[in-house]
Design a protein around this ligand. Sequence first.
Ligand SMILES: NC(=O)c1ccc[n+]([C@@H]2O[C@H](COP(=O)([O-])OP(=O)(O)OC[C@H]3O[C@@H](n4cnc5c(N)ncnc54)[C@H](O)[C@@H]3O)[C@@H](O)[C@H]2O)c1
Length: 297
Amino acid sequence: MTKRIVFTGGSGKAGRHVVPYLVDKGHQVLNLDLVPLDHPRVNTLLTDVSDGSQVFNALSMHFGFDGLETGKGPAPVDAVVHFAAVPRLMMRPDNTTFLVNVASTYNVIEAAVKLGIRKIIIASSETTYGVCFAEGDKDFHQFPLEEDYDIDPMDSYGLSKVVNEKTARAFAMRSGADIYALRIGNVIEPHEYDRFPAFIADPPSRKRNAWSYIDARDLGQIVHLCVEKDGLGHQVFNAVNDTITANEPTAEFLKRWAPGTPHTRTIEGFEAPISNRKIREVLGFREEHDWRKYVSA
Ligand SMILES: NC(=O)c1ccc[n+]([C@@H]2O[C@H](COP(=O)([O-])OP(=O)(O)OC[C@H]3O[C@@H](n4cnc5c(N)ncnc54)[C@H](O)[C@@H]3O)[C@@H](O)[C@H]2O)c1
């Protein structure tokens, strides 16, 4: 069934693949961003989501001029996908990274809930696992990284994502809405697979990403599955592809490159150290873009 989806940050690296995926599935999408998305069927409403009044307004508007034809005012929104953010450290001062990300997520979730929108999907991050933007060489507590991990980032970006997951939980409790947070791995666009031979050749270089990744198009599938799957309340999902970015089976690879980190269960075959078992079992995710299809390493 066609759904009306408001997507924030759709003009960015991940959004420009996820938005077309949703459109191809038959959904209507309105993009809220500071810059336009070049897509013939998606209007971008230039909106600063760190400003709550703009968010409230943008979530209750027509998606485009065709909305005027009904004469009934803007139709209800079925889902909000919130990707807009300062997407990493070193782009803005640390306090701005934290404040913009926390305020924007609060604004989007609060406005959506108060406007009666029952499905909200937010972009959390692999950085919540604490190693990506750590000072120095920090070890993970355990492998595989699953959603019940004691997340403990020390940086302002990762901390903003932890707070955002808590904001999602608070509003889900308050409202009964479905609010799903995606712990997105390192996003890989189709043209970026030429980076993989270097990843494979230099294992320490990928420790901060836990030797895991998400293809931007497979992220589209995950968001679509979240849009379609109702009734789960507050959820956190790792959003990564199935396998490790290495040529050695995961258990042996981790013993060699992360020898101090215990394993909490058997890690089979080439399973990614950030586990995507939950999205496979709960949402029915089936990856389409295994990196091995694009890399002959
Ligand atoms: N790229 C990754 O590897 C990665 C990994 C984990 C999580 N994430 C998260 O996924 C989301 C998307 O990441 P991305 O890589 O596409 O980032 P990006 O910077 O490429 O895209 C973010 C988009 O948000 C927009 N934006 C920023 N501030 C805004 C504001 N105040 N109001 C409206 N729009 C605003 C930007 O213009 C941009 O188009 C982010 O929340 C990011 O934190 C990304």
